[in-house]
Design a protein around this ligand. Structure first.
Ligand code: NAD
Ligand code: UFG
Length: 341
């Protein structure tokens, strides 16, 4: 079965491609490499002992995309390709709407033209916004997005619902990721942020390896266990396997049409201070930090209700917090300059 993976050279995409190959799917990656390197796929091929078809291209380029659908008999599309920096999306919102929303519409149009109906979308916990109580459940209404990035996820989910309403062949799954961290246990593929990391774990790892001086903890006066924000961190390999589970779910539900949403998380909230402590234990390094003001747009605490994914996808995030830290550290140590090293 051939799976088209847009954005498959990126952080979550590359780990998912590995899981797909390990589960005997054939993979075609379509990526414009705007935030990734082809080296990730070279390493995935080595780990899997299998080859990947790679096409460099933009999801907004319908002509090129259409050629891919002509060349390969694609059974399903897993759609990771997007810009993902929350802060950047506030500065250049039009690029985010163009890339993430318009690009997704282009992809759906080309899929429709080629009668490919199975679609798995990378959504985010950010769609629940601040109006909903935790834990977040799939039946909740969308909240108000706190950034153009978040809005782009809500918009694409809406596009999927409207498209499904008009087209009874469409079979969409939207996976709402909580906070993916960690790396493959081999230490050869992982997260490789360009410039100063926005996210907590890559920043902590770069402090531990000596690339950054100290961590800023954004706020210690939230109404949480220890005053810092709580998030639902899950191992990227568990998340990757969630995509295989979603694909299997589509395969098993041959009569399904419409859109189904699933939360992918562990169901536990972990504070920033707890992450720092766990990383120190795993790496045997001290992480110097200072407490700085709250970051605009951050919510105090959120985590997933994972019952639906556990029961219907038969999926669970099994890897421990310690494993997430150990694997992040191994990747960082082995690849201090990411895929450049
Ligand atoms: P990433 O930046 O590592 O991967 C995204 C990939 O898409 C990159 O390889 C990039 O080159 C490619 N890409 C971007 N725009 C493209 C375009 N127009 N055409 C073709 N390729 C394009 O990000 P990631 O962390 O792997 O995230 C993957 C998906 O998961 C994204 O949709 C992201 O919004 C979503 N997501 C990520 C997180 C997270 O914390 N990492 C959380 C929730 C949701
Ligand atoms: N944090 C710090 N210092 C840092 C970086 C982060 O204290 O240098 C704190 C943040 O304030 C937050 C927590 O660490 O409390 C996690 O922050 P991240 O930036 O790692 O993650 P977010 O929860 O802000 O957002 C992530 C993704 C979004 C996605 C969301 C939900 O970046 O794309 O998870 O899935 F929408």
């Amino acid at each position: 079965m051939q799976i088209l993976v847009t954005g498959g050279a990126g952080y979550i995409g590359s780990h998912t491609v590995l899981s797909l190959l390990e589960n005997n799917y054939d993979v075609i990656v379509y990526d414009n490499l705007v935030n990734s390197s082809i080296e990730s796929l070279v390493r995935v091929e080595k780990l899997a002992g299998k080859s990947i078809e790679f096409i460099e291209g933009d999801i907004c380029d319908k002509g090129k995309l259409s050629g891919v659908f002509k060349q390969f008999k694609i059974n399903a599309v897993i759609h990771f390709a997007a810009l993902k920096a929350v802060g950047e999306s506030v500065k250049i919102p039009l690029s985010y709407y163009q890339n993430n929303v318009h690009g997704s519409v282009c992809l759906l149009e080309v899929m429709q033209e080629h009668k490919v109906h199975n679609f798995i979308f990378s959504s985010s916990a950010t769609v629940y916004g601040e109006e909903n109580d935790v834990p977040y459940v799939e039946t909740m209404k969308f909240g108000t997005p706190s950034s153009p990035y978040g809005a782009s996820k809500v918009m694409v989910e809406r596009v999927m619902s409207d498209f499904a309403f008009s087209n009874e062949d469409f079979r969409g799954v939207t996976l709402r990721y909580f906070n993916p961290i960690g790396a493959h246990e081999s230490g050869t593929i992982g997260e490789d942020p360009k410039g100063i990391p926005n996210n907590l774990l890559p920043y902590v790892a770069q402090v531990a390896v000596g690339k950054r001086h100290e961590l800023s903890i954004f706020g210690d006066d939230y109404p949480t266990v220890d005053g810092s924000c709580e998030r639902d961190y899950l191992h990227v390999m568990d998340l990757a396997q969630g995509h295989v589970a979603a694909l299997n779910w589509l395969n098993c539900h041959s009569k399904f049409s419409g859109v189904e949403a699933f939360n992918l998380g562990t169901g536990n909230g972990i504070s920033v201070f707890a992450i720092v402590k766990a990383f120190e234990q795993a790496s045997n390094k001290i992480i110097p930090f200072e407490v700085s003001p709250r970051r605009v747009g951050d919510l105090p605490a959120f985590w997933a209700n994972t019952s639906k994914a556990n029961d219907e996808l038969n999926w669970q995030a099994n890897r421990s917090l310690d494993q997430m830290m150990v694997d992040t550290w191994r990747w960082q140590l082995n690849n201090p300059n990411g895929y450049q090293s």
